[in-house]
Design a protein around this ligand. Structure first.
Ligand code: HPA
Length: 274
């Protein structure tokens, strides 16, 4: 346990522990516009995050705040519908609340999903991408505050980030479902504005494949807490300057809507194989 975070959310997790119908086998965080996944599975119990003391409130369209307990592909699953972002003004110790809850409920596997801009020119809006590496260079100060430098071990805990086993499962799930799953790196952008064309050009020259405003800190924190973590991006748009189109959050939500059947198929198979 991380004692500071444990203490901060003690009332919340005590409240939640009274309500849980089962110990989850796997947890999932649903990204922008991907919340409908929760509508198409067997929900056992849904808890609005607003009823949990101290749960940060999402202010972004496409991020309804619920924690669902559900059955899917024969597994007990925990779903976080709605996330809070750094760009909303939250601290990282608030953004990682789903990971903390996953750990507190003794669940050792986590799938993170998000919407991301495509930088790799072989990617198109609507593609799914397995995240094979995370770049969090512009988040080091905040990550240090979150994790602290209290333990030398923490400095080496990224060896299995993302989890090789989990990534293999996601890869196999895509093969079984005949889904063309791209693979690539994900650059964390602090937001809230989208990147400039010049920033994207720099990232492209560095070989970065995608960009988004979430997930990296959740994955890093999960890996430090010894939770097996894998992550999938839905490429919702060409990153700034890659196409002539102007970026908008509506485009992100619209593309997510179009790709959701494929996304749901992949995630259900991942759950089955996990
Ligand atoms: N940039 C940053 N975050 C995003 C994007 C983008 O182009 N698309 C979806 N989330």
């Amino acid at each position: 346990m991380n004692l500071d975070i444990d203490f901060k959310y003690k009332e919340l997790t005590d409240e939640l522990l009274k309500e849980i119908p089962f110990t989850p086998d796997i947890a999932i965080v649903l990204g922008s516009g991907l919340g409908d996944f929760a509508k198409n599975i067997d929900l056992i119990k849904s808890i609005p995050t607003s009823s949990l003391p101290g749960y940060p409130k999402s202010t972004v369209h496409g991020h309804e705040g619920y924690i669902h307990f559900a059955k899917c592909s024969g597994k007990n699953i925990l779903i976080f519908q709605g996330r809070v972002h750094f760009y909303e003004g939250y601290k990282l110790n608030e953004c990682i609340i789903p990971v903390h809850i996953t750990e507190t409920l003794n669940c050792g596997k986590l799938i993170l999903t998000n919407a991301a801009g495509g930088i790799n020119t072989h990617f198109s809006p609507g593609d799914l991408m397995l995240i094979t590496s995370f770049l969090a260079l512009n988040l080091k100060k905040e990550l240090t505050e979150l994790i602290g430098l209290t333990s030398i071990e923490n400095r080496n805990s990224f060896i299995n980030l993302p989890s090789k086993r989990m990534n293999q499962i996601i890869h196999n799930a895509a093969l079984e479902e005949k889904i063309n799953l791209k693979e690539g790196s994900y650059w964390f952008s602090k937001g809230p504005s989208y990147e400039t064309a010049a920033e994207i050009k720099m990232m492209a020259q560095m070989g970065i494949d995608s960009v988004g405003m979430s997930t990296v800190h959740e994955a890093i924190y999960a890996s430090i807490r010894n939770i097996e973590v894998g992550a999938v991006s839905l490429i919702t748009n060409f990153a700034a300057g890659i196409s002539k189109e102007k970026l908008s959050h509506n485009e992100v939500i619209e593309t997510a809507e179009l790709a959701k059947t494929k996304f749901e198929k992949l995630i259900k198979k991942v759950i089955e194989l996990s």
